[in-house]
Design a protein around this ligand. Structure first.
Ligand code: DX5
Ligand code: ZN
Length: 222
């Protein structure tokens, strides 16, 4: 699979910042601008204070585009909705450690479906909350903003968790991508990458840039 070595820097524009009246064209624009993955923020109005989109939109994108679909479930019951997101064509499904489910069981179900499994932790959640599951995941998402909305400022204080996750990966012979999400732009990308993150989610700084290709290139090379 393309981009599955965590030494590659993966840029994942977040559709949340796209023009929702033109989702198909916006996905094509991301793809043609050099996006490696498309990040899809699913919000239920309960786990976070915002409602975005669900499996029908993801399926429509999957059926019409080739991009790797990085699905970030900010929902209280990922276990209840999981099969629908698998059916929709997700390539990677990330669930939150803070949500109301048996994390280990959910991760097992994701992998058994042939989908990559991710685990996310909020800025206030210690890395120890993810520690028991590190051998069950393909990606660890360290949130760099409080989830719910695009356009927030990067929280530098989350970087020690990224550093620790990278250290544990080496020391314990584990294998997972480290993703950061929230406030990533050409200024903050090198900070996160230096800490050990290799998957960089960027919403506002890519979709809302005047030149999306140039924005993605500068995040990749920063
Ligand atoms: C925040 C979402 C992010 C968001 C990032 O709840 O998980 O993926 O779209 O947006 P920016 O890059 O604008 O901070
Ligand atoms: Zn996200």
């Amino acid at each position: 699979m393309k981009h599955w070595s965590y030494s590659d820097r993966v840029i994942a524009p977040s559709l949340l910042a796209a023009d929702f009246t033109r989702i198909g064209e916006e996905t094509t624009r991301a793809s043609q601008s050099g996006a490696d993955w498309l990040h899809l923020d699913v919000m239920d109005g309960h786990f976070v204070d915002n409602i975005s989109f669900g499996p029908a939109i993801i399926q429509a994108i999957d059926l019409s585009h080739d991009l790797f679909l990085d699905v970030h479930l900010m929902i209280s019951r990922p276990d209840h909705y999981l099969d629908r997101f698998i059916q929709a064509g997700s390539d990677l499904i990330t669930v939150h450690a803070e949500a109301d489910h048996d994390v280990s069981k959910t991760l097992t179900r994701i992998r058994n479906a042939g989908v990559k499994a991710g685990l996310a932790i909020n800025p206030a959640t210690p890395l120890s909350a993810a520690e028991p599951y590190l051998d069950q995941i393909d990606l660890l998402l360290v949130m760099t903003v409080v989830p719910g909305f695009g356009g927030q400022s990067f929280m530098l204080e989350t970087m020690p968790k990224v550093e620790q996750a990278a250290t544990w990966r080496t020391e314990r012979n584990l294998a997972y991508h480290i993703e950061v999400d929230g406030g990533i732009d050409p200024e903050t990308a090198p900070i996160a990458a230096a800490a050990g993150a290799n998957v960089l989610v960027a919403g506002s700084s890519t979709f809302k840039a005047s030149d999306m290709a140039a924005a993605i290139t500068s995040i990749r090379e920063a």
